[in-house]
Design a protein. Structure first.
Ligand code: PAF
Length: 273
């Protein structure tokens, strides 16, 4: 595995690996969810590139960037054992200069739900993903459906800017008890981890209601809120794939999303119907 720490080192490394290229952008603290993305990239491409970069521009003032889990040694091992060809591991100065042009998330889709609680977050995500896609030139780039709004906005950016890359959405990976894998799960105490199961339980209940023919968003949301209590719920939302609010679930075009704080840890989860 080649480790590239700058744009130049990455360009040199890419020259040694011709053929189709699968790309998995990450912020490190890799878990089985990332491994699933890397495995898909491995199966579907001749060369696999992973980036590990804790992107400062997607953290808001007050969100503690320095506390984001960093596990360099373990992450390098996971990449090596997963058959990654090139690991891009830049520092901030390799990615940003002062006073740059930024990509801005669209008004509506960028500033509801995750964008409402974290205004400006998606500007940072889109800016860094644009940079990474331009540096790596992948054939396919893999993103998890757990970050559904991020996935929708990246897909839109690629479309709006006529970028030549296929965005591949990948299903959320869960623990046996239903907890969606997230780098933030490490912050949960064992009691909080139990409480966190309320997110997946609420989504499971929503799926059950829809299967029984209860498709009214209001009824589903109320039932989910009962299951989630007494967590500090930020939102329970039922939207279509374009992130427009739905009064009723439309099978094949619905995402049910939840964001809640468990202790001080903010968790998100969703189910695609
Ligand atoms: O989902 C993430 O880990 C990040 O938002 C991403 C896409 C790597 C951009 O920093």
């Amino acid at each position: 595995m080649i480790i590239a720490r700058s744009a130049q080192e990455l360009e040199d490394a890419l020259k040694t690996r011709p053929g189709s290229r699968g790309f998995v952008p990450t912020m490190g603290a890799l878990h089985i969810g990332h491994r699933t993305l890397i495995d898909a990239a491995r199966r579907e491409n001749e060369c696999v590139v992973v980036s590990i970069f804790v992107n400062p521009t997607q953290f808001l003032p007050g969100e503690d960037l320095s506390k984001y889990p960093r596990r360099e040694e373990a992450d390098f091992k996971i990449c090596e054992l997963s058959g990654v060809d090139i690991l891009f591991y830049p520092d901030v100065s390799a990615m940003y200069t002062a006073d740059e042009i930024r990509i801005t998330a669209p008004d509506v889709r960028g500033f509801i739900l995750e964008g409402a609680s974290r205004p400006g977050h998606f500007d940072g995500v889109l800016t860094v993903v644009m940079k990474l896609l331009n540096l790596v030139h992948p054939t396919r780039a893999y993103f998890g459906k757990k970050d559904a709004q991020q996935l929708a906005l990246i897909t839109q950016m690629v479309h709006n800017f006529f970028m030549d890359v296929e965005i591949v959405p990948m299903d959320t990976v869960r623990e046996n008890d239903g907890l969606a894998l997230s780098s933030r799960n490490v912050y949960l105490s064992s009691e909080e981890r139990q409480e966190a199961l309320k997110l997946s339980a609420a989504l499971k209940h929503a799926t059950k209601m829809v299967m029984q023919g209860n498709v009214k968003s209001f009824t589903i949301q109320s039932a989910m809120e009962e299951i989630l209590a007494p967590l500090d719920v930020e939102y329970v939302a039922i939207v279509n794939r374009a992130f427009q609010s739905l009064n009723e679930v439309v099978i094949g075009d619905t995402i049910v999303l939840v964001a809640a704080r468990v202790g001080t840890t903010r968790l998100i989860d969703n189910v695609w119907m």
